[in-house]
Design a protein around this ligand. Structure first.
Ligand SMILES: Cc1cc2nc3c(=O)[nH]c(=O)nc-3n(C[C@H](O)[C@H](O)[C@H](O)COP(=O)(O)OP(=O)(O)OC[C@H]3O[C@@H](n4cnc5c(N)ncnc54)[C@H](O)[C@@H]3O)c2cc1C
Ligand SMILES: NC(=O)c1ccc[n+]([C@@H]2O[C@H](COP(=O)([O-])OP(=O)(O)OC[C@H]3O[C@@H](n4cnc5c(N)ncnc54)[C@H](OP(=O)(O)O)[C@@H]3O)[C@@H](O)[C@H]2O)c1
Length: 602
C-alpha cells in the first residue's frame, strides 16, 4: 500500500492533484495564499499530538486485529451470497495455469494469456463466483473511488463504458462476470473452494494444490491472485463474542437481516465500528434507514467532494476504439515541464521541497476541515469529524452524503478520541462507562493487507514455506517472482510499486506475467525461476528507495504505515516510481537469461 515516500514522489511531481480524482471540484479549487510558517508548524504539532494519542492507546501494531476466525468468530467469514455449497466430486486433474483467487488480477491476466493462446486456465475461488473484492463487498453504497473509466479493466476489449464516473459495486461485479464469460473462464473455474496448500513437486516439476473440498489439482504455472484486501479482520475487543444481538463484517453483508433496501432496519438500533473508506460509503444508507445509528469512531477519514455523474451517452458513443488504453498511456506519461520549471525544481533544496509539500498538504487538510464546518451543524460533532493528519496518511474518501448524515437526529457519532472501542458486552459496545444497547453491530474494521498466501500454505523448492523464506524480510523480483518458487507469480503483493488506482499496477503485472508464460511456451522451457542475484538486486532496490523521510513515522497509525509499528525496509512497496517500476520489469523481460534460470521438461 502507499508508503508515504512513494506519495512524496508523486507530490514532488505534481502536488496533490496527482492523487485527486481528475477533474474533481477538489482539484479545481485554487490553492490558498501561503500563510506564515508558524501556522503550518502549529498544525504539524497538533498532528503529532493526535498521532501519539493513537499510538499510545492502541495495542501494538497489527496484533490489535485478528483475521483467524476460529470458533465463535468463524461466522464472520461465512459467505452470505453464495447459497448452499454445491456438492461435487474432488478434482484430481492438471491445468496449465491456475489462479488462486478470481478477482480483477485473475481476470485481466487471463485475458492477456488468452491473447497469447493459452487454453488451459483455471480460477479457484473461495467465493461462489468471480469478482473478488466486488463479489464480497456488497454493502450499501459500495462504489469505486477511482474514476471507473480508469479503474475497470479491459473496457476496450469488452467494448464497455461504465454508467457512472464512479461505478457502483454491482456494476463492477457484473463487469467481472462479463469478462469471465467473454474469455471462457467459467469452464474450468472452481468456486466455493479454498486453496489450502500449494506445493512444488521437484520431481514432476509441477505445482500440487490441495483444497478444502478434498481436491488434489496440478498446475504448471500458479498465480497468487489472492487480493490485497480480501481477508476480513476484526479488532480484538474484550467480550465481543458475548454480544447477543446480530453482527457481521461489512464484506459479508447480511441483507436477509437488513432487507435489500435496508427497510428492515427501521425498528433497529444499529452500531458500526470503524470510519474508514468502507464505513464512509455505508453510513449514509444506514443513517437514512435505521431507527438509531451509533457510529463508533477512532480516527476520522478525510472526506472530500465526490462529484459523481452519470456517463454522458454522447461522450460514450463518441469514444474511439482503444480509448481506455490511450487514457492509461496519457496517465503514465511523465508530466510536461517547461525548461524553466525544470531548472527551478532542480535548484530547490530537498528540505525546501518537503516543506512546500507539507504546507500544501496542510492547506488541503484545512479545506477538508472547513467543509466539515460548512456541512455539519453540531459544532462538537463537526470538530470530532476533523482528521488531524497529513493527507494520504489514510486512504482519502470522496463523498457528498457522508457528512450531512450527521445532521440527522437518529445518527450519533461516538467519538472515542483515538482510543477505540475496547469492550463489548452482550448488549453492545461500552465506551467511558456508557453501554450502547444495539440490535445490530457492524464491523467496518478492514482487511489483512497485501499478504501472499492467505488461507494457504505455499511451499517451494525443498518444501520451504514461503513465510519462512520471507522470515528475514520479503524477497522478490519486482514483487512478482521469488527464488525457489518456480513458475509462481505474485500479484498485488509488496515490493511492487503502489498506485492510487490499483488496477494500474495489476494491469502492468498481468501483462508481465502473461509475457513470461508466453516466453516459456514459445522457447520450449517448462519452468522459469528468478535467480538469487536478480532477487537480491531488487531487494536492495526496494531498500534504497524506502525510509528516506520520516513521513511514515509521522503519520497517524493505519494500515498504510503498518499501524505505526516498525517494519523492515524491504517489507513494503517499491518507492522508485511507477515509470521506473515498469521499466525494470521491461528490462527483466528483455534480458530474460540474466534475471531467470530456465529448465526444460526431462
Ligand atoms: C470495499 C473495497 C473497495 C475498493 N475500491 C477500490 C477502488 O475504488 N479503487 C482501487 O484502486 N482499489 C480499490 N480497492 C482495492 C481492490 O481490492 C483492488 O482494486 C482489486 O479489486 C483487487 O483485485 P484482486 O484480484 O487482486 O484481489 P481481490 O479482488 O481481493 O480478489 C482476490 C480473491 O482471492 C480469493 N482468495 C484468496 N485466497 C484464496 C484461496 N486460498 N483460495 C481460493 N480463493 C482465495 C478471495 O476470496 C478473493 O475473492 C477496494 C477494496 C475494497 C475492499
Ligand atoms: N472504493 C472505495 O471508496 C473503497 C471503499 C472501501 C474500501 N476501500 C479500500 O479498502 C481499504 C480498507 O477500508 P476499510 O474501511 O474496510 O478498512 P480500514 O480503512 O482499515 O478501516 C478500519 C476502521 O476501523 C477502525 N477501528 C479499528 N479498531 C477499532 C476499534 N477498536 N474501535 C473503533 N474503531 C476501530 C479504524 O480506526 P483507525 O483509523 O483509528 O485505525 C478504521 O477507521 C481502504 O483503505 C481502501 O483502499 C475503498
Amino acid at each position: 500500500m502507499p508508503t508515504i515516500e512513494e506519495l512524496n514522489e508523486l507530490y514532488e511531481r505534481n502536488p496533490l492533484e496527482s492523487i485527486l480524482p481528475s477533474g474533481s471540484t477538489a482539484q479545481k479549487k485554487k490553492r490558498p495564499e501561503p500563510k506564515p510558517q508558524a501556522y503550518y508548524d502549529e498544525i504539524k504539532k497538533k498532528f503529532a499530538e493526535e498521532r501519539n494519542i493513537r499510538v499510545n492507546y492502541r495495542p501494538k501494531g497489527s496484533a490489535q486485529y485478528t483475521s483467524d476466525f476460529e470458533g465463535s468468530l468463524s461466522k464472520y467469514l461465512t459467505d452470505p451470497y453464495g447459497g448452499e455449497i454445491k456438492p461435487r466430486a474432488p478434482l484430481n486433474d492438471t491445468v496449465e495455469v491456475l489462479f488462486i483467487g478470481g478477482g480483477f488480477s485473475a481476470l485481466l491476466t487471463s485475458a492477456r494469456l488468452r491473447e497469447h493462446g493459452v487454453d488451459s486456465i483455471r480460477i479457484v475461488e473461495k467465493g461462489a463466483d468471480v469478482g473478488g473484492t466486488w463479489y464480497w463487498n456488497r454493502y450499501p453504497g459500495v462504489a469505486c473511488d477511482v474514476p471507473s473509466y480508469d479503474y475497470l479493466p479491459l473496457l476496450d476489449e469488452m467494448d464497455y463504458v461504465p454508467k457512472h464516473r464512479y461505478a457502483r459495486g454491482d456494476e463492477i461485479y457484473e463487469h467481472c462476470q462479463a469478462i469471465a464469460k467473454k474469455y471462457n473462464l467459467y469452464e474450468l473455474a472452481v468456486f466455493q473452494t479454498t486453496i489450502t496448500e500449494t506445493r512444488w513437486d521437484a520431481e514432476e516439476r509441477m505445482w500440487n494444490l490441495k483444497t478444502d473440498r478434498g481436491d488434489h489439482m496440478k498446475a504448471r504455472f500458479v498465480i497468487c491472485a489472492n487480493g490485497t484486501l480480501s481477508k476480513p479482520k476484526l479488532a480484538r475487543i474484550k467480550g465481543m463474542e458475548t454480544f447477543k444481538g446480530h453482527s457481521f463484517h461489512t464484506s459479508r453483508w447480511d441483507y436477509d437481516y437488513t432487507g435489500n433496501d435496508l427497510s428492515k432496519l427501521q425498528d433497529k438500533v444499529v452500531g458500526i465500528i470503524g470510519t474508514g473508506a468502507t464505513a464512509v460509503q455505508a453510513i449514509p444508507g444506514l443513517g437514512a434507514n435505521a431507527k438509531e445509528l451509533y457510529v463508533f469512531q477512532r480516527t476520522p477519514s478525510s472526506i472530500d467532494v465526490r462529484d459523481d455523474w452519470a456517463t454522458d451517452p454522447n461522450w460514450a458513443r463518441a469514444l474511439k476504439p482503444g480509448w481506455q488504453a490511450k487514457r492509461r498511456a496519457a496517465y503514465m506519461a511523465p508530466p510536461a515541464m517547461t525548461e524553466e520549471q525544470r531548472a527551478a525544481y532542480a535548484a530547490t533544496t530537498r528540505e525546501e521541497k518537503i516543506r512546500r509539500q507539507e504546507n500544501s498538504n496542510i492547506d488541503h487538510m484545512m479545506r477538508i476541515h472547513a467543509r466539515i464546518d460548512e456541512v455539519v451543524r453540531d459544532k462538537a460533532t463537526a470538530d470530532a469529524l476533523k482528521p488531524w493528519y497529513m493527507f494520504m496518511c489514510k486512504r482519502p474518501c470522496f463523498h457528498d452524503e457522508y457528512l450531512p448524515t450527521y445532521n440527522r437526529k437518529n445518527v450519533h457519532l461516538i467519538d472515542t478520541h483515538g482510543k477505540g472501542i475496547t469492550e463489548i458486552t452482550e448488549k453492545g459496545p461500552v465506551f467511558e462507562g456508557k453501554q450502547y444497547e444495539l440490535d445490530l453491530l457492524i464491523y467496518a474494521t478492514g482487511f489483512e493487507v497485501q499478504k501472499t498466501g492467505i488461507y494457504n500454505k505455499i511451499m517451494g523448492e525443498g518444501g520451504l514455506d514461503l513465510n519462512d523464506y520471507y522470515g528475514d524480510g520479503i524477497r522478490t523480483l519486482v514483487g512478482i517472482h521469488s527464488h525457489g518458487y518456480p513458475n509462481m507469480f505474485i500479484m498485488g503483493g509488496y515490493q511492487a510499486s503502489f498506485q492510487f488506482n490499483l488496477t494500474d499496477i495489476l494491469n502492468t503485472q498481468g501483462e508481465h506475467i502473461a509475457a513470461c508464460i508466453d516466453y516459456c511456451r514459445k522457447n520450449g522451457y517448462h519452468a522459469m525461476d528468478v535467480t538469487k542475484d536478480a532477487e537480491e538486486w531488487w531487494v536492495q532496490e526496494v531498500i534504497s528507495h524506502r525510509g528516506k523521510t520520516t513521513r511514515n513515522q509521522d503519520c497517524t497509525p493505519g494500515y498504510y504505515n503498518f499501524e505505526g509499528e516498525f517494519n523492515r525496509r524491504q517489507d513494503g512497496t517499491y518507492n522508485g516510481g511507477f515509470a521506473k517500476y515498469i521499466a525494470k520489469m521491461a528490462e527483466a523481460r528483455e534480458k530474460m537469461d540474466k534475471y531467470f534460470s530456465f529448465t526444460r521438461k526431462n
